[in-house]
Ligand binder design. Structure first.
Ligand SMILES: [Zn+2]
Length: 238
């Protein structure tokens, strides 16, 4: 049986001497695994499919549960992501997010479109890549059931005047009067940047760093997910 999908390659491991098993985020079927044969040989026709961030129309042959890539035509390689370290780690965070948060074969068309648009913006856009990543993570976490609630205090709903507290259990921000035992105080600018981002104002490189640290902490504490590329990006921003 053959299947034709639109897919973004989000990971791959070596298999045998020349083959790979790819993780492909598809519009039609969610994340699936597929073997690709002979791809490590010089001059392999489908070598491009195994490159990170490859976005392609892919044809699988399917035997039982096992898929094999038999043909593909490139939609976009998002090549500039491979020429700049910041863009590379931002793109890496996006595909790692998909790999860790999207369960095998669960359809996520909204997240697929967000992922494709984000990689395009990171590769070719004028906005700060770190800011684009903040925007991606806030939206993606909402699709994954981990939405942040940033429009006022989580408990009393009032605007938070000066000191701001964050509780990862609720994914919420609190005022001083309502803060919980598990809250940690955060920089008010971090909170404002997240609020502005949710209104569509993408932060610049400098103001994106603290929100990225908060999102990193939130994903680790709440979902037990550590995105290595995000760690690399944050290590570069010290
Ligand atoms: Zn309150």
């Amino acid at each position: 049986m053959e299947e034709k999908v639109s897919g973004i390659v989000v990971g791959g491991v070596n298999y045998g001497e020349n083959d790979k098993i790819l993780s492909v985020f598809t519009l039609e079927q969610g994340v699936v695994s597929a073997k690709i044969k002979g791809v490590k040989k010089a001059g392999a026709k489908l070598k491009f499919v195994a490159e990170p961030f490859c976005f392609a129309q892919i044809i699988f042959s399917k035997t039982g549960k096992m898929r094999t890539v038999i043909n593909a035509s490139l939609i976009d390689s998002f090549y500039p992501l491979r020429t700049d370290l910041t863009r590379y780690f931002c793109g890496g965070t996006v595909v790692e997010y998909v790999k860790k948060f999207v369960k095998e074969s669960i359809l996520s068309p909204d997240l697929f479109i967000l992922t494709a648009n984000t990689l395009k913006q990171l590769a070719y856009g004028d906005l700060a890549p770190e800011g684009v990543l903040v925007d991606f993570l806030i939206k993606a976490l909402a699709f994954s059931g981990y939405a942040l609630k940033s429009d006022g205090c989580f408990t009393c709903n009032k605007p938070i005047p000066d000191r701001v507290y964050f509780d990862y259990v609720y994914g919420g921000f609190f005022c001083e009067d309502c803060k919980t035992q598990d809250c940690r105080e955060i920089n008010p600018d971090t909170y404002l940047t997240i609020q502005e981002c949710e209104k569509g104002n993408i932060p610049n490189s400098l103001s994106a760093v603290k929100p990225l640290r908060l999102l990193d902490y939130y994903m680790k504490a709440k979902a037990d997910v550590n995105l290595k590329s995000l760690g690399e990006l944050l290590a570069m921003s010290k």
